[in-house]
Design a protein around this ligand. Structure first.
Ligand SMILES: [Zn+2]
Length: 129
């Protein structure tokens, strides 16, 4: 059996993946994305913190999933993102997700949003770490 020092509070990170489908158009973009179209978005919520010596966890995956469902997915899934943001670029959506979660998610470290499978934006909060 492996020996783990359970008193040692190692800082670690966890990531939870989410998906939603939504339409948008980019009113300030001179190109095809000016027109209404849709994406299947994927995003990762990254949380960092000390592993609690008693629970052995940084955070409860279930708590993260409940917060994202209530404060993000319920507001964007199968919606028009222009009803949420005036200019819903991937950058602005990532920041909006951060701002929806940050007040209720201790240790929130990063939002990584994929608008298409090979391209993503990463937001690490107003400090821009
Ligand atoms: Zn688009």
């Amino acid at each position: 059996m492996a020996t783990i020092d359970y008193v040692d509070r190692r800082r670690m990170r966890l990531d939870v993946e989410f998906r939603f489908a939504a339409s948008h158009r980019l009113p300030r973009y001179d190109g095809p994305c000016f027109r209404l179209h849709g994406h299947n978005y994927t995003f990762f919520v990254g949380v960092e913190g000390d592993v609690d010596p008693r629970s052995g966890m940084i955070a409860d995956f279930g708590d993260i999933k409940r917060a994202v469902q209530e404060h993000v997915l319920a507001r964007v899934d199968h919606r028009d993102l222009n009803d949420v943001l005036e200019n819903p670029t991937a950058e602005n959506i990532a920041r909006w997700i951060w701002e929806a979660l940050e007040p209720r998610m201790p240790g929130l470290a990063e939002i990584r949003l994929y608008e298409i499978p090979d391209s993503c934006v990463t937001y690490r909060g107003p400090g821009g770490r």
